[in-house]
Design a protein around this ligand. Structure first.
Ligand code: SF4
Length: 347
């Protein structure tokens, strides 16, 4: 990935930086010092890397000016403390990033965007309705995380995780997303545990297989939409071009290779995918594949899709537990009052 010319270290992987350093005759320890200064401590000034961390000039002279995203707006939910950050990009487009409070006091995870807009056209999703579309560069993903962490630090909180569940389908921007995840995971970089980094997909089978074959240690979350192809075609039309059985086969391959449960997430929509038939279809589809099944209530700012009421959701969860015989978890999708919930990010 890296060439001997001028680079931005936030656009590399730890491995590509190491091989680049070799080509310019710099030792691996300098790469570790650089990433530690930049990502662990959040210091952006190359002069300071040299002065305080002994990163050689031969290296820092080849770093491109590192632009930052412009943090234009920040809004915090009065209900649950979710905080949404709006970043303006150099080309005038915008992305959103969300700070998610975790159960552990003071700990937060960062929900990252991977694209501006999204081509997957999920029917319940605000991002899908945006017209502008492009992939984010690795540095744009990393800078979301770093600036979110600076906000968290200023509030006395600490960032312990990252989830690629913001704007965009991460697997449509596979290389840059995985490069960012590796920089975040690297022990002398972001130092986030691999199991604290989740990559979500609405179901791109070739990329799920690639992720499995590459033995990436991050968590994978597959969003199902429905176990019934006709319903799925309405809710997640692009992903549904691949039959749900093929998607489940890829999920099974991932579970087999990993030797654990594969995470399936399910956006619950009243009157659409929460019936006894839906639960039965999920049970038949999943079969003996070990899964953890997360239920998320839909948040559709247009009001077209409604989340199930308490009774409908409880009945669905009960019948799902019966048909599935595996853990079913109700996951909280917070920040609904500030349009920070799943499917509501629209820049
Ligand atoms: S739900 Fe995710 S994959 Fe689907 S359109 Fe929205 S951002 Fe894209």
């Amino acid at each position: 990935m890296a060439s001997p010319d001028v680079i931005d270290p936030r656009d590399q992987t730890p491995e590509s930086l190491l091989s680049w350093a070799e080509t310019i005759g710099v030792e691996a320890v300098s790469v570790r010092r650089l990433l530690s200064a930049l990502l662990t401590r959040g210091i952006h000034d190359p002069a300071e890397w040299g002065h305080r961390f002994h990163v050689p000039r031969r290296m820092t002279d080849r770093f491109r000016m590192m632009p930052r995203l412009h943090l234009e707006k920040s809004v915090t939910s009065s209900r649950d403390g979710f905080q949404k950050l709006l970043f303006r990009l150099h080309d005038g487009l915008a992305v959103e990033t969300v700070l998610i409070p975790l159960h552990k006091p003071g700990a937060v995870s960062v929900c990252l965007s991977s694209q501006v807009g999204c081509a997957m056209a999920c029917d319940f999703c605000a991002t899908a309705r945006m017209t502008s579309r492009r992939n984010l560069a690795t540095w744009e993903i990393i800078d979301q995380w770093m600036q979110a962490r600076e906000v968290a630090w200023s509030q006395g909180r600490r960032v312990t995780g990252a989830v690629f569940m913001g704007m965009g389908e991460p697997f449509l921007n596979y290389d840059r997303v995985l490069a960012a995840a590796e920089l975040l995971r690297c022990s002398y970089g972001g130092a986030v545990a691999a199991k604290g980094i989740t990559i979500s997909t609405v179901g791109l089978v070739p990329e799920i297989d690639r992720f499995t074959d590459e033995n990436r240690r991050f968590r994978l979350s597959i969003s199902l939409g429905s176990a019934i192809d006709e319903t799925r075609a309405k809710l997640v039309p692009v992903a549904a071009r691949t039959p749900v059985r093929d998607l489940m086969a890829a999920a099974r391959r991932h579970a087999d290779a990993r030797g654990g449960r594969v995470m399936l997430s399910y956006v619950c929509i009243s009157g659409v995918n929460c019936s006894e038939d839906d639960a039965r279809a999920i049970g038949e589809l999943v079969g003996s594949t070990p899964v953890r099944f997360d239920l998320i209530e839909v948040t559709d700012p247009t009001g077209r899709y409604q989340p199930p009421g308490e009774a409908e959701l409880r009945a669905f969860r009960d019948s799902l537990s019966r048909h599935l015989g595996q853990p079913v978890v109700r996951r909280y999708s917070g920040g609904a009052d500030i349009q920070a919930a799943c499917g509501t990010l629209a820049g």
